[in-house]
Ligand binder design. Structure first.
Ligand code: LIP
Length: 267
């Protein structure tokens, strides 16, 4: 079953690699920084057709869909056809296709494919995480030995003060920051040992569902920024880290959230 999903995700990557005149098909979604291209739609249509042909009982919860077909479904795909759309538009060659499978209320499988590098991150619940078939295992480090990746949650302007406060508190404590523009790849980079902690104040389930399982299977702790479990049916803040640096990050967030003008600033 999972090899079929991986093959479909890999084939969808060809649409990204063959894309031409990308900037001629850019449209605004919720704001001037929340953009979509015809290729986001083409990849999603391809994934919807191929995944539901292979697994007709499953539902589909995709970023570019108006309504989501998951009501009453024991299993459904959570799909970001192109995570890192702004990077895709700017030819930064740092975007991915993210497909997660939710089954009986828990993430069962995740595949995140970076077509420009040919890197396929995968995980099945309880069976470990892999990069192109090579097992992944995170090392446990404190914040003081951590490269921190983060997302700006720029679609949700009301979260900007909290992101800025979290950066102000965390930057002196970590080795350095990285901001790539793709939450799914950021979280997979933790699984691959390229970074050690990730946070974003508000993103959507398709940005993190597959990658969060991959990181967990590589040994990460995963939660919302207030330490509660990730929510997969609506937008949520995300904290991913090691057994040592994840609780350190959550403590910083709890301190910030007690500040008068920070209430409700993190979803
Ligand atoms: C992106 C995320 C990124 C976030 C951006 C955007 P998209 O996903 O992966 O971490 O900061 O605002 O949500 O929209 O490119 O699929």
């Amino acid at each position: 079953m999972y090899e079929i999903i991986e093959t479909i995700v890999h084939s969808a990557g060809e649409i990204v690699l063959r894309a031409k005149h990308i900037d001629e098909s850019v449209q605004e979604k919720s704001s001037h920084c929340d953009l979509v291209t015809k290729y986001d739609g083409m990849v999603q249509e391809y994934l919807h057709r191929e995944l539901l042909t292979a697994f007709p009982e499953a539902g589909f919860y995709g970023e570019e869909e108006e309504e989501h077909d998951i009501a009453g479904k024991a299993a459904y795909f959570i799909v970001d056809p192109i995570d890192g759309t702004m990077n895709f538009i700017r030819h930064a060659r740092h975007s991915c296709i993210s497909v997660g499978l939710m089954k009986d209320g828990q993430m069962e499988y995740g595949a995140v494919y970076q077509p420009y590098t040919g890197e396929m991150f995968t995980a099945q619940r309880g069976k470990g995480a892999y990069l192109n078939g090579r097992p992944l295992r995170m090392r446990d480090v404190p914040l003081s030995e951590s490269i921190a990746m983060f997302g700006s949650a720029i679609y949700y302007r009301d979260t900007i003060p909290a992101t800025a406060r979290l950066m102000q508190e965390a930057l002196p404590l970590v080795l350095d920051f990285r901001r790539s523009g793709s939450a799914a790849l950021d979280i997979c980079y933790l699984a691959a040992g390229r970074a050690d902690v990730f946070f974003e104040a508000c993103i959507r389930p398709w940005d993190y569902a597959a990658a969060a399982l991959i990181a967990q299977e590589a040994g990460a702790l995963v939660s919302a920024l207030d330490g509660t479990p990730l929510r997969y049916i609506d937008r949520c803040s995300v904290a991913v880290g090691t057994k040592t640096n994840h609780p350190e990050l959550i403590k910083i967030v709890q301190r910030i959230l007690n500040e008068p003008d920070m209430k409700g600033r993190i979803k």
